[in-house]
Ligand binder design. Structure first.
Ligand code: GDP
Length: 197
């Protein structure tokens, strides 16, 4: 599925401009700077369509990308961006929350967590929301190359343990590095299964 051509499809600043949910959607969420653009690039190997940015928080819209004709990848704006004005931050968060809790056709949210920094209150907020709305999600630890392998495993286990009572989490915690390529193929395999339904 990830060999299909990635094509920008739509951008939405408000929920009324979400495109019609014609394809199953896989969304990517996380704090700004978590490595989301890099991961989308590594997964699809189509650099340039989803640009990496050194200016965190620049993505203020929900961006929809069709991957061939089977699935839509959705880039949610990163939250927790330190420099944005409060009201701007609130607007992005509301948009993300609305998308995640009400979107028809949303099959999976990949919640990205920076391995080094772990889960933060905003991540827990999103998890609680997805639990309430019964949105299926999985945790993906990013930038695993930045910490010792043993610490990566330990962090993954801690997260699994802390979320084990949760009902909408659907996969074991996955670990990826867009830089080294570790874990990218496994994540592709897991996500490809969603597109097949
Ligand atoms: P986004 O804001 O979540 O889209 O994050 P980006 O993909 O733009 O990445 C934020 C920063 O982290 C950039 O400086 C990237 O080069 C860096 N980064 C992203 N993925 C990795 C990774 O797997 N390993 C390392 N060491 N750095 C990464």
């Amino acid at each position: 599925i990830f060999r299909n051509k990635l094509a920008f499809f739509a951008a939405a600043k408000v929920s009324s401009s979400f495109p019609a949910p014609d394809l199953p959607e896989i969304a990517f969420a996380g704090r700004s700077n978590v490595g989301k653009s890099s991961l989308l690039n590594a997964l699809t190997r189509q650099w340039g369509v989803v640009r990496t940015s050194d200016k965190p928080g620049l993505t203020q819209t929900i961006n929809f990308f069709n991957l061939g004709t089977k699935v839509c990848l959705v880039d949610l704006p990163g939250y927790g961006f330190a420099y944005a004005k409060e009201e701007v931050k609130d607007a992005w968060e509301e948009l993300v929350k609305e998308y995640v809790s009400t979107r028809v056709g949303l099959k999976r949210v990949c919640l990205l967590i920076d391995t080094k920094w772990g889960m933060k209150p905003r991540d827990h907020e999103l998890i609680n929301l997805m639990e309430r709305s019964q949105t299926k999600y999985q945790i993906v630890l990013t930038k695993t190359d930045t910490v010792f392998p043993m610490d990566v495993a330990r962090r993954a286990m801690q997260i699994e343990e802390s979320l084990k009572a949760n009902k909408s989490i659907v996969e074991p915690v996955m670990m990826v590095s867009s830089k080294s390529g570790a874990g990218i193929r496994s994540l592709r395999t897991v996500l490809a299964k969603i597109a097949r339904f």
